[in-house]
Ligand binder design. Structure first.
Ligand code: SF4
Ligand code: SF4
Length: 299
């Protein structure tokens, strides 16, 4: 299989581009809390190349709580697995690998590090999901596909509701994305959260992502993320769409409660039956969200 065949095959699974990069070693993250492969040269000795697959996705309307990124992330994960199965059937050794994927891309000459900490790829912006596949065929290619620098733009700095972005970049200790890694979120996140699972506010603000129009979620997405269903603990359809790992411990129910109390003035009367079900939830995150809404309204 040559580069072009590989790319055409990847395209059929929704990956718009493939970058054929070299196995690399990184030493910038001694704590390695996500357990990434930091020395691919050593740990992936079979690999001649690491293919970075780029899966672009469209954003939903700004006020939509359904998280476009996490839906795309889950869909692209399954696409990646299917692509690997096909490669393996062709006799190629191919393994999905967890590496520092943004530094890998940047060091390969692709994309630009943005103030928001995301990597922008020319023509695609930051609305992409990246996956890495180590393969025992094809040689790495050198790229020169940088996007423009952030320069004098300050859109994301102004848009971030918790002032996590400055001229010199992101303060991860102030960013909601990092504070939302477990099911139970701090109250300052509950008050500002706009989408389930993560925060995309700076991505909405970024002019790199304004090349395509927003889309509306389809009926099955709207049904899966129906606020009443989620508050009542009926999260099964939404969990299938986002992936079970990201949505355990009552996370979606807790987030639905925190966002609905802020958005809907008749929250307590509108969701009285669902809130009774939430009261019986075994999950600490749900009980914590109920504590938050009661404190907010002195109940
Ligand atoms: S993800 Fe949200 S909290 Fe984090 S920098 Fe962007 S807008 Fe701010
Ligand atoms: S909004 Fe502007 S400053 Fe922020 S990441 Fe996008 S281009 Fe860079």
């Amino acid at each position: 299989m040559d580069y072009s065949c590989f790319e055409k095959l990847a395209n059929t699974y929704g990956f718009a581009r493939v970058y054929f990069t070299a196995p690399m070693s990184f030493d910038f993250m001694p704590e390695n809390k996500y357990n990434l492969i930091m020395d691919a040269k050593k740990e992936l000795s079979f690999a001649s190349c690491i293919a970075i697959l780029v899966y672009p996705y469209a954003q939903f309307d700004l006020l939509e709580h359904i998280p476009a990124y996490y839906i795309a992330s889950n869909a692209s994960y399954h696409s990646c697995k299917r692509l690997i199965s096909e490669l393996v059937r062709e006799g190629i050794r191919a393994e999905k690998v967890e590496i520092p994927i943004k530094p890998q891309l940047l060091r390969s000459g692709v994309g630009t590090q943005c103030r928001s900490s995301l990597v922008s790829i020319p023509g695609l912006g930051t609305r992409v999901v990246l996956h890495a596949v180590a393969i025992d065929m094809l040689e790495p290619i050198s790229y020169d596909e940088k996007d423009y620098e952030c320069g004098f733009c300050t859109e994301c700095i102004s848009a971030c509701p918790v002032t996590a972005i400055g001229e010199n970049g992101l303060s991860s200790d102030r960013c909601m994305r990092f504070a939302m890694e477990s099911a139970e979120h701090p109250d300052w996140v509950k008050a500002q959260q706009m989408t389930y699972i993560g925060c995309e506010i700076c991505q909405y603000a970024c002019p790199r992502n304004h090349k395509t129009d927003s889309i509306k979620p389809n009926c099955s997405l709207l049904n899966a993320f129906d606020t009443a269903r989620l508050i009542a603990g009926d999260t099964s359809d939404a969990r299938k769409l986002i992936g079970r790992n990201m949505t355990s411990q009552g996370r979606l129910t807790a987030e639905a409660i925190a966002m609905a109390v802020r958005d809907e003035p008749d929250f307590f009367s509108k969701y009285s039956n669902e809130l009774l079900k939430a009261e019986n939830s075994e999950f600490h995150a749900v009980q914590d969200a109920l504590r938050y809404v009661k404190e907010l309204y002195g109940r």
